[in-house]
Design a protein. Sequence first.
Length: 597
Amino acid sequence: MSFYNKEKEHGHMSLCSRSLILFYLVSRSKDLIKEAILDNDFMKNLELSQIQEIVDCMYPVEYGKDSCIIKEGDVGSLVYVMEDGKVEVTKESLKLCTMGPGKVFGELAILYNCTRTATVKTLTNVKLWAIDRQCFQTIMMRTGLIKHTEYMEFLKSVPTFHGLQEDILSKLADVLEETHYEDGEYIIRQGARGDTFFIISKGKVNVTREDLPNGEPVFLRSLGKGDWFGEKALQGEMDILSQVVESGLSLLSAFISSLIPLILSFLLFSRHHRYEAENAFFFNLNLADFNIIDTLGVGGFGRVELLKSDENKTFAMKILKKRHIVDTRQQEHIRSEKLIMQEAHSDFIVRLYRTFKDSKYLYMLMEACLGGELWTILRDRGSFEDSTTRFYTACVVEAFAYLHSKGIIYRDLKPENLILDHRGYAKLVDFGFAKKIGFGKKTWTFCGTPEYVAPEIILNKGHDISADYWSLGILMFELLTGSPPFSGPDPMKTYNIILRGIDMIEFPKKITKNAANLIKKLCRDNPSERLGNLKNGVKDIQKHKWFEGFNWEGLKKGTLTPPIIPNVTVDTSNFDSFPEDNEDPPPDDNSGWDIDF
């Protein structure tokens, strides 16, 4: 062989070696990333298929010594896994810890747009792997939708389910979990009391029966794809047969309590003519017909002012800065809030009568509820008695029943968003996070107050009206104790505490046994197991022991006496004081940021 040919052969071998080394290094890095994610309090809750996709989408980033990776107060969208080197974590200039390889940090940024809560600086040269929020959320949404679509297609292929409506199939698909079994494994033993219902998606199962205590199992039949078993558990009975895997098996299973999908109770209102006359009255009003009396509240987008009309009627006016709405890209949220509130005709939801706009502001003319925020009363009293909490919880239940019957999810329950009218009845206000999602559908937007966010929102699994029932349990706990059950020094720690579950929370003695039972049933980790989201819908909450003897009919008719009757005058005495707004926002300059309102 010539020297030239030897060099060619040697070069080819070197190229193969380099490829093998590169493959090994990438594989080792991916293994490290996966182990780091599985070691992280938040990310370990994701499904393995999702974790694998996240690992595959992460890209390498390198920093030199004394570099700043994350700066406290900055807005971030990246989460990092450290492969090599060491970093120091500080908060308000105080050292919190040092981190080495195999650690995840910055994970709050992949949930939603927020400022960093700590600073991370390098102590050595470091190699990191990163993924941004948009990529992470795309993975979560896509994998969830693919899985749901696969389950739906499978259920539709099962002849027994052909008569079921689409929304019922969707609910059934939501509660299914996939499980794999090896040949010869027992799935159900004869005589055992089961709590799970199974549908075969792949493989075969042998059904056997043991007639004698020491006798050989007698083969009865074989079950295949689309067949189901475990139905005895529906009646709480023991299984009289055994099911044994014949060939590699995949099962879709569901807990019995989750099987029947949510059936919403539609509330009927016979007030059509009253609202038509009301709309005609407000249509003829102009901004100049109102005088500002005082300020009821201040928020990120503007203020709520107490107004009086020329007819001496009082109203609340929410005044929003157009420029701020556009700068924060909240046009769709504001439009959705308007549409939902204008259509909401419930005695437990603050009415929106009319909207206006000019070159600087958007205006929402609303019902004036002068009894004050429930949060202010709770703050001053420290906590509420059982009966007081029961009344306000019932008001929220009625509001949710109305919204959910229209396919609307609220997503922002907290004491600050419950306001008392002149009678002392509580009403929902602030519909900035509300969304019309329809029935049997989910949404993936991350929103809500950290202490009230449901686990499925944190894990980006997609959520529906069951997230509202989770927040109802949190509200009950806060009203009874003065503080929500899940709370940490920063949002990420709060989310990790939420993911540990309600059973890890110690309930104070002042929470009665029945109240604790209801809270835990509302705060089940699995949305399909939450009270309010079962076969009887909201009726399961209304018939719970904690509400035993409660006059629901009197509440709906407004004849039930509230526990706290506010002293209402036409002023802001039941509200906190707020400074005047001296800021003069820029007008619409016709540059394309005007809002359809």
